[in-house]
Design a protein around this ligand. Sequence first.
Ligand SMILES: Cc1cc2nc3c(=O)[nH]c(=O)nc-3n(C[C@H](O)[C@H](O)[C@H](O)COP(=O)(O)O)c2cc1C
Length: 297
Amino acid sequence: MFHHFRLTVAAMSVLAASMVFTACNEKESKPEPKAEVAEVAVPAPSKSVVVYYSQNGATKKVAEIFTKARNADAVELKLVTAYPSTYDSTIAAVKAQRDTKQWPALENAKVDLAKYDTVYLGYPIMFGSFAPPIYTFLDSNDLSGKVVVPFCTYGSGGRKASAEELKTLEPNANVTLAYGISNKRVTAENGAEVAAGEVETFFGNLEAGKTDEMLMGGFSEQRPLAAEDSAVFAEATKDYAYLGLKPLSVSTQVVAGTNFLFVCEMKAFGGPAVQTNVKIFKPLPGRGAPELIVVEK
Ligand SMILES: Cc1cc2nc3c(=O)[nH]c(=O)nc-3n(C[C@H](O)[C@H](O)[C@H](O)COP(=O)(O)O)c2cc1C
């Protein structure tokens, strides 16, 4: 965020920009500021808002973590006509909306964003990008000049692609690095705790101006698969047969456990073969099974 922020306020000195950012941070991380007794003149910290849509609660869980972590206001976008309750009929309804670009009406499409400089925008991934209610929100509000921090939940991926689409649709907003977590991980018993930890790391990366490219930099070069890599891959992807993944090579990164980055061929739902990356995390021995983190280019 810092990086993007600085780019767009080129007239400001780096020092001034960093002061604003620090002030903002301080306000956000301390719900009870000593503002009333402070004698030093600091720029008034601007508030941020979490705007999100969630059909089944996974994204809402992450939205609550963002809201708390940033001491932000929150707005849950509500559909006038909810999606059907079954997965298959929701798929059909969303497909129809995407095909016609008839975005669904919201009870609260227009959000008063004037007092916010940062909008944390949360959504479930649907058809590889954000859920249709987000298009309605974007059509109804002006995000020019705002810092927009995307976050999402997904089955297998869509974090990067959705943030890219957001950048294209909102060229006058400063769309930052995006946070994403799979539905499986965030709805697990310890999901809130896991997500809260990741969100904290995510904010650290944002403030350090990290890009996705920089975050990928920690992986060593790709190498052929060894038997152990194949075993980890098979275990972590056993619920994702529909993606038709075939690992081609791998690189690993030792953290508290091991991160794996597999370059794969994917034939999702039996479609054409495309190359994709699959990230898997294998915890330290005794700390659980290898888990799929994300599938994305
Ligand atoms: C209509 C529909 C389409 C979806 N499309 C994708 C998709 O393209 N990629 C993906 O990884 N997950 C997809 N999912 C899974 C959701 O992103 C995931 O379950 C999410 O966590 C739901 O969030 P919620 O509980 O906040 O509604 C889709 C789900 C639905 C209902």
